[in-house]
Design a protein around this ligand. Structure first.
Ligand SMILES: [Zn+2]
Length: 267
């Protein structure tokens, strides 16, 4: 009996052992199940996040498309602007223009800076649109500048240059050129720009002059050439290289053009 009992108890022990194994397996299965579910959930979360990301990407895409639309409308609006001005930064590329005594300051670089500033300021006017003959350091022939003005049928051309004195360094100041050969409002445009700049900044006023510059002669609309200062004078070079001075010059040219439009074109 005792053996039997022993047998019984050992059977019971076996049963317990089996139960323990079953329980362990069950626990492992549960753990695996939970882990699996967690992974799945995480996967699902990731998938949702991806969808959201894609949605965001799409909305970014949509908004950049909207930006393009805005730009397009702005261009359309520009077409409806009443006055078109061609800003022509002198020289460019291989044609450096006048070179200062330091040998590294070129006319072509400063004319580009002043020209870009004038274009920026004029574009802000609701009735004025601007065409610029070059907005980078590249060569554009004088004939092509005039041709651009004629083809685009602009209302006025303003060429921007810096002066150079041959065989001397004492000359300073500002002068604006027009050409007498053309029977139009070129003189009025030159006078407005000259007067406005000299009222804005402290610079020697060399006055309005007439000369036969190719870009002025070949363009069919009022056209002027602004000589902003002398690169052959070391003191004036310092000023001309200064961004604030460039901005003042640009402001003077812009206000001069706007006064010209007010007084000569809005009749
Ligand atoms: Zn020049």
């Amino acid at each position: 009996m005792a053996r039997r009992r022993n047998n019984r108890s050992s059977r019971r022990n076996k049963k317990r052992k089996i139960n323990k194994i079953k329980l362990s397996v069950l626990i492992i299965i549960i753990i695996l199940f939970i882990a699996g579910t967690f992974k799945l959930t995480q996967g699902a979360i990731l998938a949702i996040q991806n969808i959201n990301d894609n949605k965001q990407k799409t909305s970014v895409k949509e908004s950049s498309e909207n930006d393009n639309e805005t730009l397009q409308t702005e261009v359309d609006k520009n077409i409806n602007k009443k006055y078109t001005i061609l800003i022509d930064p002198g020289h460019g590329g291989n044609d450096k223009g006048t070179i200062a005594n330091d040998k590294v300051t070129f006319e072509k670089d400063i004319t580009l800076k002043i020209g870009a500033l004038v274009a920026q300021k004029l574009t802000k006017q609701k009735d004025v649109q601007v065409i610029i003959s070059r907005n980078e350091d590249k060569y554009v022939s004088l004939a092509d500048r005039a041709k651009l003005a004629n083809e685009q049928n602009v209302d006025a051309l303003v060429s921007i240059h810096l002066n150079g004195q041959t065989g001397g360094s004492d000359a300073t100041g500002l002068e604006v050129y027009y050409t007498k050969e053309k029977d139009d409002d070129s003189y009025e445009l030159a006078k407005q720009i000259q007067e406005t700049i000299t009222s804005y900044i402290d610079v020697r006023d060399r006055g309005v002059k007439s000369d036969r510059f190719q870009v002025l002669l070949q363009s069919k609309m009022p056209a002027v050439l602004v000589e902003c200062g002398f690169l052959t004078n070391n003191e004036e070079v310092k000023k001309l290289k200064d961004e604030e001075y460039q901005n003042d010059l640009a402001e003077g040219i812009t206000q001069g053009i706007l006064t010209y439009i007010d007084e000569n074109m809005k009749k």
